[in-house]
Design a protein around this ligand. Sequence first.
Ligand code: FAD
Length: 347
Amino acid sequence: MNETKTVSRREAIALLAGGTAAGFLAAETIAQAEEKQTPQAKFDYDVVIVGGGPAGLSAALVLGRSCRKVLVCDAGKSRNHTSAAVHAFFSRDGISPAELLKIGRDQLEPYAVEWHDGRVDEAEKVETGFKVTLGKDKVVVARKLVLATGVTDKLPDIPAIRDWWGIGVLHCPFCHGWEVRDEPWACIAPAERAVEWATLLSGWSKSITYLTNGGPRPTADQLKWLKDHRVAVREEKIAGLVGKEGKLTGVTFDGGQPLGVRAVFVLPEFVQRSDLPKKLGCKVLTEGRQAGTIETDEFGATSVPGLYVIGDASSAGIQSVSEAVLDGSMVGVAVQRALVKEDVERV
Ligand SMILES: Cc1cc2nc3c(=O)[nH]c(=O)nc-3n(C[C@H](O)[C@H](O)[C@H](O)COP(=O)(O)OP(=O)(O)OC[C@H]3O[C@@H](n4cnc5c(N)ncnc54)[C@H](O)[C@@H]3O)c2cc1C
């Protein structure tokens, strides 16, 4: 990927808001700088978006309102579908994930945005755009392809942990800490991140137990820090999670007393939900906090011209509904800029 960023998110918005056509056309995002093609072929859509979660819906809204013909393909079940509510999302705090997506989808109705319910497993870069296979063999051609396919979470090895995912087993205190604030919590993280994780969580609960789940112990210094800050440590292998009336009430161990907690906060590993980014030649980051995400610039542009990856799947920002929606807006801006530029250059 070209490392030179020619336009930031803020600069691009300022240019668009200012309505200065010359500036708008002069400024280039990384993707545009790389993509100088002038498509002549027939297209079914200007843009195909794979993924109809918050990122994909937000992109579809901006592109629909940009007079573009768009197809959104979605296999269902956004990342947070097991949660009762979406929190910390401006103006919709506490809404159910399904209701939020329904509103987003309903609001696409006035625009030239079509919907395909189903998984997309095949897409191919062709000279002027992308061929995308729907179902068994229906192929559509689009000028640009946006992947908003999200990630799945690799959870700690604890029996039936999936049953509690998003309910009592949580990953984000900003999203779900308030509902269980001041109650006893447990936390699980790799030993080297135990102090950092327990420190953050102490903003919501003063009763925290770090669980090694039979894995490596933190260092002596880290254990001292945890003790000094009243973070208890349990080192037994976890046998299971228990609850009552849909609420988590505790953790049981292979030996030792059960621990009463209202929430277990974990740090999952991210795994791409779709292998389309990889198949199309995108780089998956393997190290650091962004491991498992796709390398993109701030607009979602990848190293493959015309291909964008946004939302949780991309490396561009933090993983939240707000960020996914922002990514969708930004890719909408970037893709519209690229399409307009191609169109005016062709005349
Ligand atoms: C348990 C849990 C609770 C959370 N709670 C909150 C919260 O309260 N507040 C908050 O801000 N954030 C929360 N998050 C984070 C939030 O869910 C994500 O950041 C957000 O959903 C990312 O949106 P996205 O559109 O990038 O991906 P997703 O929401 O995961 O959507 C991706 C979509 O792409 C579709 N898809 C994937 N592959 C294909 C394919 N090959 N073909 C067709 N469709 C495909 C999927 O079916 C899915 O609908 C939570 C996360 C988890 C795990």
